[in-house]
Structure formats: C-alpha cells, structure tokens
Design a protein around this ligand. Structure first.
Ligand SMILES: Cc1cc2nc3c(=O)[nH]c(=O)nc-3n(C[C@H](O)[C@H](O)[C@H](O)COP(=O)(O)O)c2cc1C
Length: 386
C-alpha cells in the first residue's frame, strides 16, 4: 500500500494515457474552483481535546436508517472504463468491502445489473434526466428491480462545463485517432493493452440500454449531452418521487436558498457540491458553503458534501461542520487507475485509517459525536476569508 491518496494520484498520472488522466483530473476553464475545493480543507483547523479515553472509537454512521462502517460513499463518476476494465464492478466491490455505499453514475460503462451481480453491497443510482423522460423512468425501474437503495438526482449539469484540457487533447467520444493521440497512446502501452482487452473504447452501456440506443459511443455521447433536459426544475422532484420509493437526494447544491427549497420539496438529502470543480468555474468550494447550508437544512434532511476529499482528516472536518457523510469522486479513481481493483480498495483503507487516527487524536470516540467543538472557534471566519 502507498502512503497517501496523493501517491495513487501520481501513479495514476504516470499509468494513464494523458487524455484519460486529464479527463479524470481536470476542472472547468482555469481550474480555480477545482483548486479552491482542495485548499478549503486547509482553512479549517482542529481543536483537539486531551485524555478522553479513545481506546475504542466508532467510525460508523447511520444513513437513512442503515448503518455504514464509515461516513463516506464512493460517489458517482462517469466513463470509469477509461481507467480500468469493468471499473464500476470493481468500485462497487471495494465500497462493499469497506462497508460503504457505491453510487453508480447514469454515465457508467457497466450495466447497473452487472454491478448488482458483482456486489451484494449497498448501491445507489445517480440520475441525469434526458428530455425523453421515459429514459430516466426506465433507468429508475431497472435500478429498483436490482435493489438499489437511494436515488441521487444531479442538478448542476444542465450543460457540460467547459473543459479546456479535453479540447486541447482532442478528447471526444469515441476517441478520434489523431497523430497527437496516437503519440499519447504509444507512451502508455500497458494501458492500451488493457483497453484493447476490454474491446476498445468504453461505452455508456447503462444509458444506451434505457434509451434503446445502439452500442455506438458517438450516438450515446451525443444523446447524453444534446438531450439533457434543461427545463428540469424543482417541480420535477414530485415526478422523481412517483418513480422512486426510497430516499431521494439532490446533488449539486451551493446555496442556503436551494437547500431550503430542496427541503420544502421533500428531498431526503442534498449533496453540497460543485461537481469537483468541473462545471461552473467561479463557483465557491463546497466546504465554504457547508455551514450556512447546514443551518437551514434541518434535522430531517441529510447533508452530504463532496469536493477535494483526499484525507481522513477532511472527512472529520466535514462532519464537525455538520455534514452527515462525504462523497469521494477522484480519490478511488486514482487508486483504480494506479493499481486496478486493489488500488481502489487501498485508497478506501487509507481514508478509513486516517479518519480513525484523526478521531483518536481529536479525543472524540465516535463519528456521530463530531461537532464544531472539535474545530478552532474561528473556523467560520477562516472559511469566509478564503
Ligand atoms: C471523472 C469524473 C466524472 C464524474 N462524473 C459524474 C457523473 O457522472 N455524475 C455526477 O453526478 N457527478 C460526476 N462527477 C462529480 C463527482 O460525483 C463529485 O461531485 C466530484 O468528483 C467530487 O470532487 P472530488 O473529485 O474532488 O472528490 C464526476 C467527477 C469526476 C472527477
């Protein structure tokens, strides 16, 4: 096992073709929101307490009435087949072994039925809504049949953020065979071989099945972005509810007003998120917005957060600021890209162990007992000063 998540990032950078790493890592435009996500965690400082008898610590939390081993989830990321064959199956198994839920993206490169067959662990579905509502309805029906527990509706992706690195690398789907790209591939023969073994370019098979599209990536990708339902609005939560009996979580909230509206429309949870800095450049970091959002969320709605979580101590900070759990985006992908399924599992284990160490050093015996008393009193000012 490598020492830290950042070591897996570095290995992933070396092992992946350049365009694939840039797709994984990159943010929108100049990457300022992306950088802010990572920096924000440094602004919050701990206030440890001594001699609290931390011989036994409990890292677990309850999410929607179910006990999880840790306050974290493997979050939804699309196109994971770029990093490893059968990537979503591997991530779901790693999450199950760590005792946490796995959230499968609409843009997954494995069928949700195959992910369920690979893991009996807790699975949630992330939903993008196309104009043709029957596509999302079909995907929800399939997820219900496959015993997925919760539904996460992503609301910050009405259009795709502008990602300069993809334009620079000439990365489109399907991958165009330009001389620049061929040179990139030639430098990463092991990665190429792995992609060839899985049958070439990964496909958006999940979306293709629900939309009745042919297994042609060009058509799938076009359908995915062109047909995104830009008229989606708060009233549509009632439509989601009609098709989903389990918990419904709205992902991509950055304001207290939207948190209140989500609550008033009966959302069971929200994710404070700027999509890992990949969508609206100039958005604040999710951590900056967390305190004011927690203030209005109330007790009935779970507040999750993601963006820049790379350390177990980040998880402790999120909980101390009132989040119920964090979502991991890039961290498990670094593990997967660096060392395959084993790497994904190792990254989750590093975060578990760092989180447990942090609890002990803080003098807190349970994740559920973390609150603002574990932070320096001026944490709100520090976040505001960012
Ligand atoms: C490569 C990549 C693909 C992503 N795809 C999706 C997606 O399909 N659906 C979604 O809701 N969020 C998606 N996200 C956003 C993540 O769910 C999450 O909000 C973000 O990555 C958290 O930031 P972090 O990567 O710094 O942890 C993606 C993020 C990355 C890095």
């Amino acid at each position: 096992m490598l020492p830290a998540v950042k070591d897996y990032r570095e290995l992933a950078r070396r092992r992946l073709a350049r365009f694939a790493f840039d797709y994984l890592e990159g943010g929108a435009e100049d990457g300022r929101t992306l950088a802010r996500n990572v920096e924000a965690w440094q602004a919050v400082l701990f206030r440890p307490r001594a001699l609290q008898d931390v011989a036994q610590v409990d890292t677990g939390v309850e999410l929607f009435g179910r006990r999880q081993a840790l306050p974290m989830l493997v979050g939804p990321t699309g196109l994971n087949g770029l990093y490893w064959p059968r990537a979503e199956e591997a991530l779901a198994r790693a999450a199950r072994d760590a005792g946490v839920p796995f959230v499968l993206s609409t843009a997954s490169t494995s069928l949700l039925e195959d992910v369920r067959a690979a893991s009996e662990g807790e699975l949630w579905l992330q939903l993008y809504v196309q104009r043709e509502r029957r596509i999302a309805e079909d995907m929800m029906a399939r997820a219900r049949a496959a015993n997925f527990h919760a539904l996460m509706l992503t609301v910050d992706t009405m259009v795709h953020g502008k990602r300069d690195h993809d334009v620079r690398n000439g990365f489109r789907m399907p991958v165009p065979w330009t001389p620049r790209l061929m040179a990139d591939l030639a430098r990463h023969p092991r990665w190429c071989l792995r992609m060839l073994r899985q049958g070439g370019s990964p496909q958006l098979v999940n979306l293709a099945r629900s939309s009745g599209l042919s297994p042609d990536l060009r058509k799938q990708a076009a359908a995915m972005s062109r047909q995104m339902d830009m008229s989606l609005n708060w009233g549509d939560l009632a439509w989601v509810r009609r098709h989903w009996a389990g918990p419904v979580i709205v992902k991509g909230i950055l304001s207290a007003e939207d948190a209140r509206t989500a609550r008033d429309h009966g959302a069971d949870g929200i994710v404070v998120s700027n999509h890992g800095g990949r969508q609206l450049e100039g958005a604040p970091s999710s951590l900056e917005r967390l305190p004011e959002i927690v203030d209005v969320a109330g007790d009935r709605m779970h507040v999750f957060i993601d963006g820049g979580v790379r350390r177990g101590s980040d998880i402790a900070k999120a909980l101390a600021l009132g989040a119920k759990a964090v979502l991991l985006g890039r961290a498990p992908l670094y593990g997967l890209a660096a060392r395959g399924p084993q790497g994904a599992a190792e990254v989750l284990e590093i975060l578990r162990s760092e989180f447990e160490t942090t609890l002990r050093l803080l003098g807190v015996t349970a994740a559920s007992r973390l609150d603002a008393s574990s932070l320096c009193e001026d944490h709100r000012q520090r976040l505001r000063a960012l």
